[in-house]
Design a protein around this ligand. Structure first.
Ligand code: SF4
Ligand code: FES
Length: 258
């Protein structure tokens, strides 16, 4: 395959960036999108030019590091797929492809396609954990958890913290990420004790970081490579309101409330 790439190049966050056009020649349709970028970078290095900076680590869809807006879509056109697991066979020979970084005030560009997503780390640091004594392994095994609750927690825990939800949202809201992180803890008994204080702290930190509010467009769910459901935002909103009202909702959560 031969392709034409239009890539966002930006030296650092203080320098204006621009789209630069590069040919991508003799690309195998079996390559991943990142392997295609590796080929383009090797040619740039051979020519003595600066390679395109982009984030990657596991290249198997589990670390959440890769972060490219491809033809206007975070992680590209394939639903439920990270950029590292996107294959070139999804594109046509001769196609022009536009590649940009995540666009959000809370994710400033570091260089080219690399953004600073440490705002997510600070949201987790604010309360995205269980700090109460939950006993040892035998205690965990002795706690019976309804299957529906286990599955809900596991679905939320699939979030890889990539930030595509933010990049897809016109408000750059981080609600789906926060809701997933809250959701995998609040749906298990170990996370119950701090449920309301956790949601308040994490949402407050999200606001401090400059993410926008959710206005129910659901672009986040459509862009999420792990297909996290917006129903977790519903749970989060209900917990947030309860935390404001300081209502004790243990009875409802233990019976599997939304
Ligand atoms: S909710 Fe989905 S899109 Fe958002 S950070 Fe988690 S995995 Fe990425
Ligand atoms: S590089 Fe790890 S999820 Fe893409």
């Amino acid at each position: 395959m031969n392709l034409t790439l239009h890539v966002w190049r930006q030296k650092n966050r203080n320098t204006p960036g621009k789209m630069v056009t590069y040919p991508a020649k003799n690309i195998s349709e079996d390559m991943s999108f990142l392997e295609m970028l590796d080929i383009v970078n090797e040619e740039l290095i051979q020519k003595g030019e600066e390679p395109i900076a982009f984030d990657h680590d596991c290249r198997e869809g589990i670390c959440g590091t890769c972060s490219l807006v491809i033809n206007g879509m975070p992680h590209g056109p394939e639903r439920g797929t990270t950029a590292c697991q996107l294959h070139m066979r999804k594109f046509k020979d001769g196609e022009e492809i536009y590649i940009e970084p995540w666009r959000a005030k809370a994710f400033p560009v570091v260089k080219d396609l690399v953004t600073d997503r440490s705002a997510f780390d600070r949201i987790i640091q604010s309360a995205g954990y269980v700090s109460v004594n939950t006993g040892g392994t035998p205690d965990g095994n002795a706690l019976l958890i309804p299957k529906e609750r286990q599955e809900m927690a596991m679905d939320a825990a699939a979030c890889i913290g990539c930030g595509a939800c933010v990049a897809a949202c016109k408000n750059a809201s981080a609600m789906l990420f926060v809701a997933a992180k809250v959701g995998h803890l609040r749906n298990l008994p170990q996370g119950e004790t701090e449920r309301l204080s956790r949601v308040r702290k994490m949402v407050d930190q999200q606001d401090k970081e400059g993410f926008g509010h959710c206005t129910n467009y659901y672009e986040c769910e459509a862009a999420c490579p792990k297909e996290i459901s917006v129903r977790f935002i519903t749970q989060l909103n209900r917990d947030y309101v309860r935390s404001m009202l300081a209502v004790d909702t243990r009875e409802e959560t233990s019976s599997g409330g939304a």
